[in-house]
Design a protein around this ligand. Structure first.
Ligand code: GDP
Length: 140
């Protein structure tokens, strides 16, 4: 299996509860390496662009408000099969449906405030990484 990179966000509900280290430990224990990481305050424009695919969904406004409500940690994770592995350790979108031991089962508060984002394909990972990182800020 090839080494891949994926894009991850530790969302405002998690940074507010000081969970960055605990969530990173779940990722690292799964064999993912944090090869880029920055704590930022997302602008309205960045959040709208990032979630543009959901623009027609009823929760879009709520999602943009949430993602700009506090600091987030944007990350590049690297490892074998990183996109699928990261999605697996994140758990289902709705924490009520997330498997034991996943980040969302452990820490998410609701389907909206669900602690983490992860790219859903390698193609999207490349697009999302490029929105927040230059190659010079990633060291594998
Ligand atoms: P993901 O890939 O597991 O993050 O899920 P989606 O791509 O379906 O949704 C993107 C994000 O939108 C989720 O992680 C949630 O933060 C948010 N979201 C999804 N469904 C809902 C919903 O029904 N209500 C609210 N408030 N937010 C939602």
């Amino acid at each position: 299996m090839a080494i891949q990179r994926t894009f991850s966000i530790i969302k405002p509900d998690a940074t507010a509860r000081n969970l960055t280290g605990k969530i990173n430990a779940v990722f690292e224990d799964a064999g993912l390496r944090i090869v880029g990481q920055r704590r930022i305050r997302m602008t309205d424009e960045q959040a709208k662009r990032f979630y543009a695919v959901h623009a027609e969904r009823p929760f879009y406004g709520e999602l943009v408000d949430f993602m700009t409500s506090g600091p987030v940690v944007v990350q590049v994770l690297e490892g074998e099969n990183a996109v699928a592995k990261h999605r697996e350790v994140m758990g289902a979108t709705n924490p009520a449906e997330a498997a034991e031991g996943t980040v969302r089962k452990l820490y998410a508060q609701s389907i909206g405030e669900n602690s983490v984002h992860g790219s859903d394909s390698e193609e999207n990972a490349k697009i999302e990484i490029a929105q927040f990182f230059s190659e010079a800020d990633i060291a594998g």
